[in-house]
Design a binder for this molecule. Structure first.
Ligand SMILES: Cc1cc2nc3c(=O)[nH]c(=O)nc-3n(C[C@H](O)[C@H](O)[C@H](O)COP(=O)(O)OP(=O)(O)OC[C@H]3O[C@@H](n4cnc5c(N)ncnc54)[C@H](O)[C@@H]3O)c2cc1C
Length: 231
């Protein structure tokens, strides 16, 4: 699908200047890009942190929608071993602090992935990677009656709320959210909005939902009047 398109990775947008004439994007390196229309797919956690900056600022309805949609926390803990410590399983729920474990079938060496969501994810993330690895190994030792630390070849923790490019796992719908997702998805002059948070059909927090929202925003752009000049 990307063939022939000018896709630029690693280009962080710091400022979106928008108006009737079009959109001017200022990138982190100072480069300026101009466009008739822009589809914004930055995660809600990042928008809530005021990034990128909008000039003029987004109107109240749009900003309220951004502030109202809730962003959840997720960590994953990946641990890999020199041999398989566990009997075959697919997913395991426990009453430990790492509440869910999956076996990672695609890994080259026996690997499990711990998954924790919600406020507990933030608490674990605050302990730091090494502490959470130690905790995970202790819980696996207890679960499987083996010395997990001795067999462990390595570990990594991902914390999406600490990642400056996501600032959260995925969105959820708090009580009283009303039509915030519709308000976020609504086009605003030359600005269009897509991403998992803009779904109103229940497909939030998924890859297929994010893709559907991209199709919706692309249809909006295609249907919009074509401007001859961006100035
Ligand atoms: C732990 C975890 C597990 C998941 N598991 C599943 C699963 O099994 N199945 C499933 O369907 N979905 C899953 N999801 C959800 C899925 O990953 C998301 O719903 C989907 O990636 C959202 O797509 P998006 O395009 O809205 O946002 P993202 O994928 O977050 O893309 C937003 C992009 O914006 C970029 N960006 C941020 N700020 C700027 C800026 N200033 N300038 C330029 N670019 C910027 C980011 O780098 C990022 O590339 C999971 C999510 C998490 C966190």
């Amino acid at each position: 699908m990307a063939e022939g398109l000018d896709i630029r990775l690693g280009h962080a947008v710091e400022r979106v200047a928008w108006g009737e004439a079009g959109v001017t994007l200022t990138l982190a390196g100072g480069e300026v890009l101009e466009a008739h229309r822009v589809i914004i797919t930055v995660p809600v956690g990042v928008l809530q942190a005021g990034k990128p900056g909008f000039d003029p600022p987004l109107p109240e309805a749009k900003q309220t929608a951004i502030d109202t949609i809730a962003v959840g926390h997720v960590i994953k803990l990946m641990l890999w071993f020199d041999h398989q410590l566990w009997p075959d399983f697919v997913v395991l729920r426990t009453d430990g602090r790492i509440v869910t474990w999956w076996v990672v079938e695609s890994a080259a060496t026996p690997t499990v992935m711990g998954y924790v969501g919600g406020p507990a994810a933030l608490e674990l993330s605050a302990l730091g990677e090494q502490e959470v690895i130690n905790l995970g190994l202790a819980e696996l030792s207890q679960l499987f009656g083996a010395d997990a630390a001795d067999a462990c070849l390595g570990g990594r923790m991902s914390s999406w709320s600490e990642d400056p490019w996501s600032l959260g796992g995925y969105t959820y719908s708090p009580v009283g959210m009303g039509d915030a997702r519709e308000a976020l998805a609504a086009p605003l002059g030359p600005l269009h909005f897509a991403g998992e948070a803009t779904l109103t059909n229940g497909h939030i927090a998924t890859v297929h939902g994010a893709i559907e929202s991209g199709w919706r925003a692309a249809d909006e752009v295609i249907a919009a009047p074509v401007r001859q000049s961006i100035h």
